[in-house]
Design a protein around this ligand. Structure first.
Ligand code: GRF
Length: 206
């Protein structure tokens, strides 16, 4: 059977990326491969971590327009016949034309996913954990969703709640939320590998 080919996009620390990489190593042989980690940030720690774990990395910085940047990324995705893209702290919006190209390669099914540390549609965008903590939000949590061109607005696939003590520190909130992220994202990877979600394999149509 054809393995599912996954690319991870990340701009920062990479704790989610590394949780996914480690999980992929436990999956049955040839069900799913993480082909590479791509970052748009020169000094993103995720690059070094992924390399150390034996995963190929790409650094593709945005030097000119968003369109040129995205074409460079699409070329790498095409070269590797990527089926799914998992965003893991990728700090950049993705354009509708980029998503359209991918959907043509994937039989018009959306196969780009993001993880976000809040109960979307609450607290989209940056610093979600800090904002929820400052508001002493009664409930917080984590969302896994399909990616559209908006800011954390795509169709929600999975959501889990957490009730955190408002008197606890921001650091302890962040720690608990990240722990839940890693559990949910690795669970999602496992579900991809075991075909709980349908994969339409990359097929070049142009
Ligand atoms: C995570 O909280 C993720 O949900 C958000 O960005 C953060 C990335 O953290 N999109 P890390 O780089 O995976 O540690």
């Amino acid at each position: 059977m054809k393995p599912i080919r996954v690319a991870i996009f990340a701009s920062g620390t990479g704790s989610n990326a590394m949780a996914l990489i480690n999980k992929a190593k436990e999956l049955p042989n040839s069900s799913l491969n993480i082909e590479f980690v791509l970052s748009d940030k020169l000094n993103a720690p995720v690059l070094e971590k992924a390399k150390t774990a034996g995963v190929r990395t790409y650094l593709i910085e945005k030097k000119q327009t968003r369109e040129i940047h995205e074409v460079e990324i699409l070329n790498v995705l095409r070269e590797h016949h990527i089926d799914w893209i998992l965003l893991a702290g990728y700090m950049r919006l993705i354009s509708a034309s980029f998503l359209n190209q991918l959907s043509k390669w994937h039989g018009h099914q959306s196969q780009v996913v993001n993880i976000h540390p809040s109960l979307l549609p609450e607290y989209p965008g940056k610093d979600s954990i800090a904002r929820a903590h400052a508001d002493k939000a009664e409930k917080t949590g984590v969302t896994i969703h399909l990616v559209d061109e908006g800011m954390d607005t795509g169709k929600i696939l999975l959501q889990e709640e957490l009730s955190l003590n408002p008197s606890h520190s921001l650091e302890s909130w962040a720690e608990e939320i990240h722990r839940l992220e890693h559990k949910m994202y690795t669970g999602f990877l496992q579900d991809l590998a075991s075909k709980k979600y349908k994969t339409i394999h990359f097929q070049e149509t142009y």
